[in-house]
Design a protein around this ligand. Structure first.
Ligand code: AHG
Ligand code: MN
Ligand code: MN
Length: 334
């Protein structure tokens, strides 16, 4: 089986304009391997539970949120591959220390996605987005506010029964599996194409807070073959965007965290820059689609680092259908 290093080297030979991307992705893969090791030790080394602090999102931080964030900074700052870093766990961007050379990429990441799953040994992950940066002066927050269509790489690590790295460099989606005994990622699935499947992932407990078209779609899924969708649906909700999205990417279906009116200050939950945008790039590269319900995720120009957006990601046919329900609802209000 091909290792991640071999895949990246071959990619670089075939795409010389992306020279340098290989080493940048290797930095991230090494960081994810270290996070995977920590995740695997958990309570044995006292890193479960609250850190007793809250992050810029106003969410209480788990110890592993902070440790994973530190590992990402430690593994990317010194390598000379990066010009700046942004994280769910940091209010502003991280500037590469003066003692290190600067690179030509920006990375935005969620170091530990699914934090509520940490203490109960359920799936968690790390998600990252890579943007090009061609200036020699230091970046500002605003340099990260680019539409997802400008990403040159995106991916995630999924810390489950095994650790997987799912990656796109703009040439399809590849899945790698970590071999702990030798510390290498091996290519275990090439060119993932998202199949059609009657399966949806959503937190149903928020039903009453959703917009009408989302309620309408879920009603139709629950009606199964008794209504216009004419097939019975299955449901999953693992409480980790990476895990629920990974299931949809590999087995088909749709992952949704729609707009909801629980908190007017937070019309959506997931963050665009380092959760929804990288995942949308992966879904589109796998032949799927990614929308807020009314606009393509990859077209959205972020207004601030931690902006939240509704997310509907899945197989093309299913997402087209859901978007049509949203468009019809818009027409009614016109
Ligand atoms: P994070 O742990 O990085 O804050 O992300 C958690 C997100 C996402 O991973 C998941 O899909 C969603 O929160 C779950 O939200 P609910 O607990 O509201 O279902
Ligand atoms: Mn997250
Ligand atoms: Mn997180």
């Amino acid at each position: 089986m091909k290792t991640l290093s071999q895949y990246l080297l071959e990619f670089e030979r075939d795409n010389p304009e992306h020279k340098g991307l290989r080493l940048a992705i290797e930095d991230i893969a090494k960081a994810c391997a270290r996070i995977s090791d920590l995740v695997g030790r958990g309570a044995l080394v006292g890193i479960h539970g609250d850190a007793g602090e809250t992050n810029v999102q106003g969410e209480s931080q788990q110890q592993l949120d902070i440790l994973s964030n530190q590992i990402m900074l430690d593994m990317l700052a010194w390598s000379g591959n990066w010009a700046g870093l942004a994280s769910e766990e940091m209010e502003n961007i991280y500037h590469i220390p003066a003692r290190y050379p600067k690179g030509k990429y920006l990375c935005a990441f969620d170091p530990l996605d699914g934090s509520a799953n940490i203490d109960i040994n359920m799936p968690i992950g790390t998600i990252f987005s890579v943007l090009p940066y061609d200036r020699s002066d230091a970046p500002h927050n605003r340099d990260f506010l680019r539409p997802g269509s400008e990403q040159i790489a995106a991916g995630y690590a999924l810390y489950g029964a095994c650790t997987m790295l799912v990656l796109t460099l703009g040439h399809g989606v590849q899945r790698f599996t970590f071999d702990r005994s030798i510390g290498e990622f091996f290519l275990t699935k090439e060119n993932i194409r998202i199949p059609d499947s009657a399966s949806f992932s959503i937190n149903l407990s928020n039903y009453r807070f959703w917009e009408k078209p989302m309620q309408q779609y879920i009603d139709l899924c629950l009606a199964g073959d008794q209504d216009e969708l004419a097939k019975n649906y299955n449901m999953r909700w693992m409480g980790c965007m990476i895990a629920d999205s990974h299931k949809a990417l590999e087995k088909g279906g749709v992952f949704m965290y729609p707009a909801d009116n629980r908190d007017p200050a937070k019309p959506a939950k997931l963050r665009l820059l380092y959760e929804v945008s990288p995942m949308s790039y992966l879904f589109e590269q796998a032949g799927g689609r990614a929308t807020t319900g009314t606009e393509n995720i990859l077209d959205i120009i972020p207004t601030e680092l931690h902006q939240r957006v509704p997310a509907i990601l899945g197989s093309k046919a299913e997402v087209d259908y859901i978007e049509a329900l949203h468009q019809a609802a818009l027409k009614k209000t016109d």
